[in-house]
Design a protein around this ligand. Structure first.
Ligand SMILES: Cc1cc2nc3c(=O)[nH]c(=O)nc-3n(C[C@H](O)[C@H](O)[C@H](O)COP(=O)(O)OP(=O)(O)OC[C@H]3O[C@@H](n4cnc5c(N)ncnc54)[C@H](O)[C@@H]3O)c2cc1C
Length: 411
């Protein structure tokens, strides 16, 4: 029977990044992915990286293309009441965000893992996780027409919202918190120059719009739409017309349109499961939490989980001490809930929730206040670039007894 130290379920950004960091620290791991390599590489998702995420990718030695191709954004714009206001991230935080698509992050990580001879198994079917409440977890899966069993010390559930790991936790052992928003985002990708150098988040009486980008020649635009909307109802021309109507006039005039190369509708939700650790199973990234994309926290939160878990596992394998992995859930949840709060707040401020004109006036008043207050802008900027990682003076006292069922560490 095959054996590894850490079985990583899912080859999205969290699974690949964790695998790469563990590998660089001498920790053996196997990644099992349900989809094909092409399917994973083709998914169009997030595009804004916090500086902390960039640092972690550099630490994972996959930063070369990122540093040469990313677009560094020192600010972004808020559109409302027919005007556009620039939020100066650099001024308030001394930092900036990087525009670099999740597709590219995934490609860089996949290339690095395969170049290092990683055990990265695509098209793994019927993955199941067992025994994580004891000292001998096991993963079973089908591949190439055969059933395989993989023994391991730990399982990292990096398998997204619809994955198998969270669903394998015994009933009653976890609590979920969820909020559905009564709308979705209709997004298109087009090979046209972006309408502005930086992102524009636009509040409009017709609904929210976002002007984003992936490169100097590839734009990503979104409009808020009803949840039951179908893509067939949105030929490109209708999308461009609607987008123009939701942008400040000067921005709308500058919009360059072209045929879409991708179009999709994503529902918006906030979701958190607690805790993130069940014996020797850790939930990571979207498997544990979802945020609405307003504020671009999803991928960055996934990277933040990976940072905490890889540090904890490295400490465990180097010293036998389990404080880091014991505190994984508690430490991550503090950051997760702050990001959930920020994403919810930013969504509430910029989206249309009802036809009620009173609610829209309140949003406009809050935007007016925000853009006129140094304190409020500093708070927005601080959350947007990503809150600092936990200070040592916030650390809980090390636990006397380990929460991890005992098994000797590999040396
Ligand atoms: C349509 C869409 C648009 C988004 N836009 C943004 C955005 O603009 N900004 C932002 O910050 N975030 C955005 N996000 C969120 C962001 O993409 C996610 O937070 C990020 O992908 C999380 O990475 P992950 O690796 O944790 O999960 P995922 O990317 O979901 O990866 C999980 C992986 O596990 C695999 N898997 C699932 N089940 C199994 C199984 N049983 N066995 C083996 N493998 C399995 C999946 O195939 C997948 O490859 C978006 C998400 C979606 C769905």
């Amino acid at each position: 029977m095959a054996r590894t130290q850490v079985a990583v379920i899912g080859a999205g950004p969290s699974g690949l990044l964790l695998s790469q960091l563990l590998y660089l620290n001498g920790i053996d791991n196997v990644v099992l992915e349900r989809q094909s390599r092409e399917h994973v590489a083709g998914r169009i998702r997030a595009g804004v990286l916090e500086p902390g995420t960039v640092d972690l990718l550099l630490q994972a030695k996959v930063g070369e293309r990122l540093l040469s191709e990313r677009l560094v954004h020192d600010g972004f714009a808020l559109g409302f009441a027919g005007r556009s206001f620039r939020v100066d991230l650099k001024r308030f935080t001394g930092d900036a965000v990087s525009v670099y698509g999740q597709t590219e992050v995934t490609k860089d990580l996949t290339d690095a893992r395969l170049a290092a001879g990683a055990k990265l198994i695509f098209d793994a079917a019927e993955v199941s996780v067992e025994g994580f409440d004891g000292a001998h977890p096991m993963v079973r899966y089908s591949h190439g027409g055969r059933t395989h069993e993989l023994n391991c010390d730990f399982i990292a559930g990096c398998d997204g919202y619809h994955g198998v790991c969270r669903r394998s936790v015994p009933e009653g052992a976890s609590q979920s918190f969820e909020r559905f928003y009564p709308f979705g985002w209709l997004g298109i990708l087009a090979d046209v120059p972006p309408v502005a150098d930086e992102l524009i988040y636009s509040n409009n009486a017709r609904g929210f719009a976002l002007c984003s980008m992936r490169s100097l020649m590839r734009s990503r635009y979104y409009v808020q739409c009803p949840l039951d909307e179908k893509l067939e109802q949105w030929p490109d021309e209708r999308f461009w017309d609607e987008l123009r109507r939701r942008l400040p006039a000067q921005v709308a005039e500058a919009l360059v349109t072209g045929p879409s190369i991708e179009k999709s509708i994503a529902p918006l939700r906030s979701f958190v499961v607690e805790p993130l650790t069940f014996g020797r199973l850790f939930l990571v990234g979207d498997a544990a939490h979802i945020v609405p994309p307003t504020g671009a926290k999803g991928l960055n939160l996934a990277a933040a989980d990976v940072r905490v878990l890889f540090q904890g596992l490295t400490e465990y394998y180097r010293t036998g001490r389990s404080e880091g992995i014991d505190r994984y859930s508690e430490q991550c949840l503090r950051r997760i809930w702050k990001a959930v709060r920020f994403s919810w707040w930013f969504t509430s401020l910029t989206h249309k929730f009802s036809e009620d004109p009173f609610s829209h006036r309140l949003q406009l008043a809050e935007l007016d206040y925000l853009t006129g207050s140094e304190a409020a802008l500093a708070s927005l900027a601080e959350n947007y670039v990503g809150l600092p990682f936990e200070r040592t003076d916030c650390k809980a006292a090390p636990s006397e007894t380990s929460a991890v069922p005992t098994a000797p560490p590999h040396r």
